[in-house]
Ligand binder design. Structure first.
Ligand code: CUA
Length: 324
């Protein structure tokens, strides 16, 4: 009797084991189906390192679109609080794209609407994935990992253009790149190039690629930086605010910004001079100054390093300026 009971249990056990084994097989088949037949995209880990090492790699130091061979493209993307660099990517219809993406700071997501692209941008890792854009149109990108106060503003676009449109855009971009050497009266192009790189690595997350900041969160630099520069003491104030940061509230154009800007004293004198020159020669700031500005030199920055200001005293400096 005991022996028979034992036999019966063993039979049930075998049935359950077979059922479990069968379920596992079904799950693996389903995963394979969605990954290969439906073209599921799980970013493969292409490279590891510290976030600083990865963002220093050439493809992330100069992120964007590169045509590697006819019809094939490499797009490199850096995610950072709270933007994608570049935020907007243009590709021709039919482009076969390999994306490489990483994060400069915290975990972000890269989800492209109307595609199955949805990857995590992990600091210290590079995600790689392929996609072919068969239809022209604008695809919206959003960050789908909560990354901080302005997470919901972390958006971008991929514009897939007809071949002719794309060729025209490329020609226009190349012409603009060739003309950069002549920009910024009295400012050397090398300083502006350094500044542009610093801006896109350090400032763009808050002040945005447009220089317009974010409404009521991060103040604009477009127009405002030129206004600050133009008043007595403004030229020195701009150096101090980059070196030592600022704790609000401040008012710009009738809007109050109660945020905090960190100190960027870790940047070199060349980098701070470059980024200030870049800001004052972009977004119409150069028009406001009408060539009346003296470009910053690294030595202009160095002399302010000795004093060490608190963020509160930078706010007092700002209050003392004769701006509205
Ligand atoms: Cu980046 Cu949310």
């Amino acid at each position: 009797m005991r022996h028979e009971q034992h036999e019966a249990i063993a039979r049930w056990e075998r049935r359950w084991l077979a059922l479990m084994g069968g379920l596992l097989v079904v799950l693996v088949i389903l995963m394979g189906y969605s990954l290969y037949l439906e073209g599921g995209h799980i970013g493969r880990r292409a490279q590891g390192g510290t976030p600083a090492e990865l963002t220093a790699l050439d493809m992330f130091a100069r992120p964007g679109v590169v045509e590697t061979s006819p019809g094939r493209f490499r797009v490199s993307i850096v995610g950072q609080a709270f933007s994608f660099v570049p935020a907007s990517v243009q590709l021709p219809v039919g482009a076969q794209v390999t994306f490489f993406a990483t994060s400069r700071d915290v975990l972000h997501g890269y989800q492209v609407q109307n595609t199955n692209i949805n990857v995590e941008l992990i600091p210290g890792q590079v995600a790689a994935f392929d996609y072919t854009f068969d239809r022209a149109g604008t695809y919206r990108i959003s960050c789908n990992e909560y990354c901080g106060i302005s997470h919901q503003n972390m958006v971008g676009t991929i514009e897939v253009l007809e071949a002719g449109e794309f060729a025209a855009l490329r020609a226009q971009q190349e012409a603009a790149a060739a003309a950069v050497g002549g920009a910024g009266e009295g400012v050397d192009a090398a300083s502006l190039a350094v500044g542009e790189q610093v801006y896109s690595a350090t400032c763009v997350g808050c002040h945005q690629a447009s220089g317009l900041g974010l409404p009521a969160i991060f103040p604009p630099l477009a127009g405002h930086a030129a206004d600050l520069y133009a008043v007595a003491g403004g030229r020195d104030y701009l150096v101090n605010v980059v070196l030592y940061g600022l704790t609000g509230p401040i008012s710009v154009g009738g809007t109050t910004y109660a945020g905090q800007m960190p100190s960027w004293a870790s940047l070199t004198d060349e980098e701070i001079a470059g980024v200030l020159n870049y800001i004052l020669n972009t977004w119409g700031n150069e028009v406001r100054l009408e060539g009346g500005g003296l470009p910053y030199q690294p030595s202009d920055i160095e002399q302010f390093r000795a004093q060490t200001l608190s963020q509160e005293s930078v706010l007092e400096l700002r209050t003392a300026l004769a701006i509205e």
